[in-house]
Design a binder for this molecule. Structure first.
Ligand SMILES: C[S@@+](CC[C@H](N)C(=O)[O-])C[C@H]1O[C@@H](n2cnc3c(N)ncnc32)[C@H](O)[C@@H]1O
Length: 258
């Protein structure tokens, strides 16, 4: 029987991504140098600064395309680049649905939304996000992501959606991220992801974070490890970090499997 070339391509890739690259220590050295130079601050997403590495943006593109969420919850807005990215992906899903269904797309009728939380939405950032053509797909709430009232509000909003994806990128201390995981990971739909950013802090030298409350031993990766001890419904999707090599989220792409 003739082999399906597309299946062969994906099977080969799947095999390649089962294990970390043998060059991993080399990439870790690169990460230390890149983070020391604030490399992740170098990029814009559709006109707004995004504090991410391009590799992680591509990973999120793959995740959003495969999950096709109708709600993306993000903690940590900053300049709004990641909100705009998520909004653009949801807009693309709307566009593709319209093409497949052969109907005219009315962006104002789309149900898909991004919900951003930040303890301090600076006035100039809010104004720029609200002025963006994709702002109709974005709602923002100001307050701490671990405040009880905010958590309640988010859970209330999430009731109106079917497929939820969560991205955690706010305060990077162990306790804060663990509290965020407890608050928002339960909202993640089966088959969807909770992306926990800046887990890479665990792999960086302590002196890299002199003026931050987080560092090796106290960061999003230690929070993920702690959370996973009691939450078998999530597993780390190792294939993502194995493919990215350069990522701020090693052990941070959590897939909900049950
Ligand atoms: C790394 S930035 C977010 C970057 C953004 N996700 C992006 O990719 O462009 C972190 C943000 O988290 C916010 N933050 C810090 N503590 C927070 C908290 N307790 N609750 C919500 N947001 C918080 C900060 O105000 C800051 O804007």
């Amino acid at each position: 029987m003739k082999k399906d070339p597309i299946k062969m391509f994906y099977d080969t890739r799947k095999d390649r991504l089962k294990f970390p690259s043998v060059n991993m220590p080399y990439f870790n050295e690169m990460m230390i140098k890149m983070m020391a130079e604030d490399y992740e601050y170098n990029f814009d997403m559709l006109g707004r600064p995004i504090i991410q590495m391009p590799q992680d943006i591509v990973a999120m593109q793959e995740i959003i395309w495969s999950v096709k969420p109708d709600l993306i919850i993000e903690t940590g807005i900053a300049h709004g680049g990641s909100l705009i990215f998520s909004a653009s992906m949801l807009a693309m899903l709307d566009y593709c649905d319209a093409v497949e269904q052969g109907c005219v797309l009315d962006p104002s009728k789309s149900k898909r939304k991004v919900l951003g939380l930040d303890i301090d939405i600076r006035a100039h950032n809010r104004a720029a996000i609200e002025a963006h053509p994709l702002s109709h797909k974005i709602d923002m709430i100001e307050g701490s992501s671990i405040d009880e009232g905010i958590i309640k509000q988010v859970h209330e909003i999430a009731k109106g959606y079917e497929k939820v994806l969560v991205c955690l990128d706010s305060n990077h201390t162990h306790d804060h991220v663990l509290a965020e995981l407890n608050a928002y990971a339960p909202l993640v739909s089966v088959g969807s992801y909770c992306a926990v950013f800046d887990t890479v802090v665990e792999d960086m030298p302590a002196e890299m974070f002199p003026d931050r409350p987080w560092g090796p031993g106290d960061n999003p990766k230690t929070a993920v490890w702690e959370y996973l001890k009691n939450h078998p419904e999530f597993e780390i999707d190792q294939s993502i970090q194995n493919k990215l090599l350069i990522t701020v989220a090693p052990d941070g792409y959590l897939k909900r499997i049950s």
